[in-house]
Design a protein around this ligand. Structure first.
Ligand SMILES: Nc1ncnc2c1ncn2[C@@H]1O[C@H](COP(=O)(O)OP(=O)(O)O)[C@@H](O)[C@H]1O
Ligand SMILES: Cc1ncc(C[n+]2csc(CCOP(=O)(O)OP(=O)(O)O)c2C)c(N)n1
Ligand SMILES: [Mg+2]
Length: 351
């Protein structure tokens, strides 16, 4: 199949129905540009590279899903409702010849797109090392969008879903493949950090036995709650690099610090069964969570809980915003009233 037949079969035909009925999309795939008519837009790009963001043998439908999910997660963190996206795809020639792989990839992506009313309206396809770059467009009232610089002293700090599951799965996948996960879950923990995992799959049980694998490969973008955050949250960010790093961006932009009670972090039973060092390392410095971390005034507590209930999104109140103590943003980790010394860094591609 040639380039144009591939685009037609994988993307234009399956995406046409949604693009045609999506208000705000005037023209989708097929011309030099798509045409949108949608007022103020939230725009974000995220790219996934083989070997860096996913294993070469990952399930193609899951890969299609995740590529869009990580982008929808940014819209959710900005309080935006998904509208449309473009897809820039570099595909090795042998993958392009594997029609079953291509159709599963496109199918996984377009199924998530349909579920969120986010129309594929254009892109670019070239031969090259497997690379997926997506730009999403969403609608939001700019004055109410929860930005990174809006956290205020005294605000509650909320986290959706559970964190750390994806990092645990990644470590176990590396182990099952006989590869070290060095550099994957970056931690410089004064509490340790060299421990092995107490539960979950043993390295020889194989990848199929990894209990939190779906959390790594098929993250749930928190769009249902995200679009309810304008007017409610004072700041928000999605957790892609680990809570310690991503919350740090909010604290830096807002000029504040935070205190977090480790025992109030939303953790799955698999994480809770780990030894504390491994638990905190995965939950706080692992990444790939694609959960939301947002702040809101104490007076909005009931409204936040109501919004989460309507959105059917689990949330936990794990801490609060405090005044900036030093010259750099700091997170004070506690268990109840006892401070816990953790030195954790978020994921950094070049560190
Ligand atoms: N190559 C680039 N050119 C311009 N802006 C960029 C580039 N890479 C990242 N950014 C911007 O830097 C900010 C932080 O990026 P990033 O950490 O990737 O955010 P996120 O975790 O939300 O994807 C964002 O505003 C993003 O748009
Ligand atoms: C094969 C493989 N190795 C490592 C990881 C871990 N990993 C790669 S990128 C990343 C952080 C998120 O990606 P990034 O490109 O920083 O996204 P952004 O913060 O821009 O949304 C993590 C945790 C992975 N998911 N798969
Ligand atoms: Mg990014």
């Amino acid at each position: 199949m040639g380039e144009f037949e591939l685009i037609e079969r994988l993307f234009r035909i399956p995406a046409a129905a949604l693009a045609e009925r999506r208000p705000g999309v005037l023209l989708g795939i097929g011309d030099d540009c798509a045409l949108l008519d949608a007022g103020p837009l939230a725009v974000s790009t995220d790219m996934l590279i083989e070997g860096r963001h996913f294993f070469p043998d990952v399930d193609p439908a899951a890969l299609g899903h995740k590529s869009l999910a990580v982008n929808l997660s940014d819209l959710a963190a900005m309080g935006a409702e998904p509208l449309a996206f473009t897809l820039a795809l570099a595909l090795p020639a042998e993958r392009a010849r594997d029609l079953a792989w291509c159709e599963a990839f496109a199918g996984g992506m377009l199924a998530l797109a349909a579920g969120h009313g986010c129309a594929l309206v254009g892109g670019d396809t070239t031969a090259g090392p497997l690379t997926i770059s997506i730009t999403v467009f969403g609608r939001v009232a700019p004055a109410l969008a929860p930005r990174r610089d809006g956290a205020r002293i005294g605000d509650d700090l909320w986290i959706t879903g559970t964190i750390g599951d994806a990092a645990l799965a990644l470590e176990q996948l590396f182990a099952a493949r006989g590869q070290g996960g060095a550099g994957v879950t970056k931690a410089d923990s004064s509490a340790g950090g060299t421990d092995t995992d107490a539960v979950g799959a043993s390295p020889d049980a194989g990848p199929a036995a990894i209990p939190t694998r779906h959390r790594l490969e098929r993250p749930t973008p928190r769009c249902a709650l995200g679009r309810r955050l304008p007017g409610l949250a004072t700041s928000a960010i999605d957790i892609s690099d680990g809570l310690a790093g991503d919350l740090g961006h909010v604290l830096a932009a807002s000029g504040v610090d935070a205190v977090i009670d480790l025992d109030r972090l939303p953790l799955s039973p698999v994480l809770l069964a780990l030894a504390p060092d491994a638990r905190w390392r995965h939950a706080l410095a692992g990444g790939d969570d694609y959960e939301l971390c947002f702040t809101a005034p104490v007076a909005a507590r009931d409204a936040v809980l109501a919004a989460a209930a309507v959105a059917a999104t689990p949330i936990a109140r794990a801490g609060s915003i405090t005044a900036r103590a030093g010259d750099r943003p700091a997170i004070c980790w506690r268990r109840g009233d006892a401070p816990v010394a953790l030195a954790l860094r978020g994921f950094d591609h070049f560190a």
